[in-house]
Design a protein around this ligand. Structure first.
Ligand code: CP
Ligand code: NVA
Length: 307
């Protein structure tokens, strides 16, 4: 594998292997402190970030390497230089690239033209590193993956929803998405997830019924209604659209008693979930955020053939 651009091609075995390495890295980080000695990670950002940026930067430093951060507005990227030239030139300086761009086509073009591994740090369509890390977190909390039910409530046509569909179906987690009909996951991605789920004898369900989606869930997952790429002018209309899909205590009570609540963050209290839910006992959002660090390390080590 040269790049990680989505979870389309990820199988059960690949996910479990990455989880195994992430767990070893988390347990004994000192064993990995020099594995990427003098390696350089280039991080390209078209959108804001806290977790992805900090976990990758701290991650490469703790592995013995360095990070260079490039905000595209400070560079010729796209305006004065093609994505392919950026990829070719950067490949001469660095060992690995992580990019957070708007369009999936753009990260694919970057990866096709780079001679070094490229990691998708979120596009409008996919967020694979987040979901790999989330599967690790679920395994830690529930001690298994296969046979669980994950309920995603909110924006269906969303990077997190898309890679959750692909990631859950790869490992045999039943996924039930409850979203408005105006914002369903993209059909071609659902079709791939359904095929994967068949192999793993699990279910993929998309409905407009938040209660049905949440029923008997082991994991309830919410994400912002205002993703980075959504124009601010749409805020009012989207609050109206998604309000029936807010994760509140009533909705959580439909899930299993020991269900956990996840949100990839950043989160807005009073919108995609109430403060009671995200700050409540079932919420594991900061353990979830912490695991980004351990899994980013495993991802970089894997792509640089060190594990
Ligand atoms: N979850 C996540 O990717 O967060 P950031 O946008 O802060 O990187
Ligand atoms: N769907 C969100 C995820 C943030 C990590 C967004 O794209 O902003």
């Amino acid at each position: 594998m040269k790049d990680i651009l989505s979870l389309i091609d990820w199988s059960n075995e690949m996910v479990l292997e990455l989880i195994k390495h992430s767990s070893a890295i988390k347990k004994n980080p000192e064993n990995y402190s020099d594995v990427l000695h003098n390696k350089t990670l280039l991080m390209i950002f078209e959108k804001p970030s806290l977790r992805t940026r900090v976990s990758f930067e701290v991650g490469i430093i703790q592995l013995g390497g360095y990070a260079v951060v490039m905000e595209t507005r400070d560079t010729p990227f796209r305006e004065k230089e093609s994505i392919s030239d950026t990829a070719k030139a950067s490949s001469r300086y660095c060992d690995i690239i992580m990019a957070r761009l708007y369009k999936q086509e753009d990260i694919e073009e970057l990866a096709e033209n780079a001679t070094i591994p490229v990691i998708n740090g979120l596009t409008d369509t996919f967020h694979p590193c987040q979901i790999l890390s989330d599967l690790f977190t679920i395994q830690e909390k529930k001690k298994k993956l296969k046979g669980l039910k994950l309920s995603f409530i909110g924006d269906g046509n969303n990077n997190i929803t898309h890679d959750l569909l692909l990631g859950c179906s790869a490992v045999g987690i039943d996924i039930s998405v409850g979203c408005p009909k105006e914002s369903v996951p993209q059909k071609w991605i659902v079709d791939i997830a359904v095929e994967k789920a068949k192999k793993n004898i699990s279910n993929v369900e998309i409905s407009n019924d938040a209660k049905k989606a949440a029923a008997n869930a082991d994991i309830v997952y919410a994400d912002t209604w205002m993703s980075y790429h959504v124009p601010k002018s749409e805020k009012e209309a989207r609050i109206k659209l998604f309000q029936p899909y807010q994760v509140n205590e009533e909705l959580m009570s439909l899930a299993k008693k020991d269900a956990i609540f996840m949100n990839c963050l950043p989160a807005m209290r009073g919108y995609e979930q109430t403060a009671e839910v995200i700050d409540g006992k079932q919420s594991i959002v900061f353990d979830q955020a912490e695991n980004r660090l351990h899994v980013q390390k495993a991802i970089m080590l894997k792509l640089l053939n060190k594990i």
